[in-house]
Design a protein around this ligand. Structure first.
Ligand SMILES: Cc1cc2nc3c(=O)[nH]c(=O)nc-3n(C[C@H](O)[C@H](O)[C@H](O)COP(=O)(O)O)c2cc1C
Length: 151
């Protein structure tokens, strides 16, 4: 089983978990970075016209920097992100739309400010075309993911 760990992190919490996980299980790591990095003002959801609100409520795609080489070689892809508005951020959905997921197993791991995982897996499922299986877990540490997947 060849595993890829990918993640998006706006404020560093998910990055820490993803980096630790990749190190622990010896997996390749790819950071999902928007072409235009989020500033603090961009992610201020209290401001009705902040970037994150405009993207979310405008259902906008968020272009991603770079491309994963040899995506075909991975049969299991872990995707980490912060819960935004109860699900994966738009940039993660845009990232997923850019690849062929046929035959792959997808495990999403998310950090949050206290909210649950909700329907994150079901919502992500529509963007990972052809994936065999999609599951999601709310996590605090890399150990949580290791234990969840029995790695
Ligand atoms: C735009 C935005 C929306 C968020 N929405 C939620 C939410 O719906 N539920 C929740 O529990 N936390 C929410 N949070 C908090 C983040 O999920 C939490 O702080 C996360 O650990 C941040 O991860 P990061 O440091 O990797 O970006 C939101 C944060 C931002 C910036």
């Amino acid at each position: 089983m060849k595993i890829l760990v990918t993640y998006f992190s706006a404020e560093g919490t998910t990055r820490k978990v993803a980096e630790e996980l990749a190190r622990m299980i010896g997996a390749d790591l790819f950071e999902i970075e928007p072409e235009k990095i989020y500033t603090q003002a961009d992610i201020n959801w209290r401001n009705p016209v902040s970037r994150c609100n405009l993207e979310k409520f405008g259902k906008k795609d968020v272009p991603v920097k770079g491309k994963i080489e040899g995506f075909d070689q991975y049969d299991t892809v872990l995707i980490g992100f912060p819960i935004w508005y109860g699900a994966a951020p738009n940039v993660v959905n845009t990232f997923c739309k850019g690849y062929d997921w046929t035959g792959k197993t997808v495990y999403a791991f998310a950090t949050s400010g206290g909210g649950g995982i909700g329907k994150t897996a079901e919502k992500l499922d529509e963007y990972v075309n052809g994936a065999l299986k999609v599951d999601a877990l709310l996590v605090k540490t890399a150990e949580d993911i290791k234990n969840w997947l029995g790695l």
